[in-house]
Design a protein around this ligand. Structure first.
Ligand SMILES: [Zn+2]
Ligand SMILES: [Zn+2]
Ligand SMILES: [Zn+2]
Length: 386
């Protein structure tokens, strides 16, 4: 999209004049002040809200906000992409769904919603003082869950899930397409194929697998040597394929790269047909046993770069894994760069050390949280006390 065309230097200048007067035209207004002026610009000056960044009040609009009517500037777009699927330990999103600030947040009380909103968005877009009123309410439901689409200046986009997918596919640098998120009433329990490493415990603790019922939702296989396409198709369909190399120090029947090749082979059988809109996720975890050459092969086969997820206590890395995945936010949550030397030292240590008590799957557990936007999850309050 043409970004230069929407810039309006005169408008920027006129706003400076309102805020700081002509004596200091070069100092930019504070973001707080600028946001406070959004309502004035739209209501009094009749500026189209699509020409204002609703996240920060800038007039340098780069694109449209995917969830609500309004514009978005380049820095806010970058922040939005980065924060979109970030979750806290409590299972709620870590940032405001409108502006991506991580300040004081109000949580949507719809049990199927994980979204949060910041005070400033309430006060600048819905109306001054709204944050206080909402805070006093016992059961507040958010702008994406409310039956009516408008609250003050905030107008939910029709078909916002489609907008969101288009936004991510267009703006994100990832070569992987994003799957459209699924409305609550259409979400089904996730069907998992777990190869070599088992993630049943982790998915259960996140509420994706219900205790007791329907044990068939997760199929775990340790050996896949004789598995052919027909088998996988019979067991399937699947929504998530997980695979890992054995933890270091474990006796294994095959060289480490074997696990990668087998995972890649079975993944082809488990995938929906190309072009299918069915969300399908996969993750391959290397417990630091693949060689550097193997990792290059993995990146080529899986068509995405790995990230390193580590368990650090202070400055020492206790444990780490390399992860390839198409699950949203795995990339933005973890850095690709890390000290290779430190990791190889760790890997050598592992070889000598006793096997860990905690499985490596624990490290990647929170990477599964974004799947809450796609699949049904069960209450975890009960399960955590078990
Ligand atoms: Zn902005
Ligand atoms: Zn906000
Ligand atoms: Zn909500």
């Amino acid at each position: 999209m043409a970004t230069a065309a929407v810039l309006d230097p005169e408008a920027e200048h006129s706003m400076d004049a309102i805020l700081v007067g002509s004596s200091e035209p070069s100092s930019p207004p504070s973001p707080r002040l600028r946001r406070g002026l959004i309502a004035y610009e739209v209501k009094v000056k009749q500026r189209d809200i699509e020409d204002v960044c609703i996240c920060c009040g800038s007039f340098q609009v780069h694109t449209q906000h995917p969830l609500f009517e309004g514009g978005m500037c380049t820095p806010c777009k970058d922040k939005f992409l980065e924060c979109l699927f970030l979750y806290d330990e409590d299972g709620y999103q870590s940032h405001c769904s409108i502006c991506c600030a991580g300040e004081t947040l109000l949580i949507c009380e719809n049990p199927d919603c994980t979204r949060c909103y910041c005070f400033q968005c309430f006060d600048s877009l819905v109306g001054p003082g709204t944050s206080g009123k909402v805070q006093a309410m016992s059961n507040w439901v958010c702008f994406l869950c409310l039956p009516f689409p408008r609250s003050g200046l905030l107008q939910r986009r029709k078909k916002w899930r489609g907008w969101l997918k288009a936004f991510c596919d267009r703006e994100a640098e990832s070569p992987l397409e994003m799957y459209k998120t699924v409305p609550v009433w259409k979400r089904e329990p996730v069907r998992v194929l777990s190869l070599f490493g088992d993630i049943k415990k982790e998915l259960r603790s996140l509420g994706f697998l219900e205790y007791g019922s329907e044990p068939g939702k997760l199929k775990h296989l340790d050996d896949v040597t004789d598995v052919v396409r027909r088998d996988v198709e019979e067991w399937g369909p699947f929504d998530l394929a997980y695979g890992s190399t054995p933890p270091r120090g474990h006796a294994c029947d095959h060289p480490p790269a074997w696990y990668l090749y087998q995972f890649h082979r079975i993944l082809q059988y488990a995938r929906p047909r190309p072009g299918s809109p069915q969300p399908f996720f996969w993750m391959f975890v290397d417990n630091l046993v693949l060689t550097e050459d193997d990792r290059v092969v993995a990146t080529r086969f899986l068509e995405t770069d790995p990230v390193t997820i580590q368990d650090a206590h202070g400055s020492t890395i206790q444990d780490a894994v390399h992860v390839w995945s198409n699950i949203p936010a795995v990339k933005s949550r973890h850095s690709a760069l890390d000290s290779q030397e430190e990791l190889s030292l760790l890997a050598q240590d592992r070889q000598r050390a006793k096997p860990r008590t905690q499985g490596p799957a624990m490290l990647v557990k929170n990477c599964f949280l974004p799947l809450r936007e796609y699949f049904k999850y069960f209450s975890t309050e009960l399960t955590s006390s078990l």
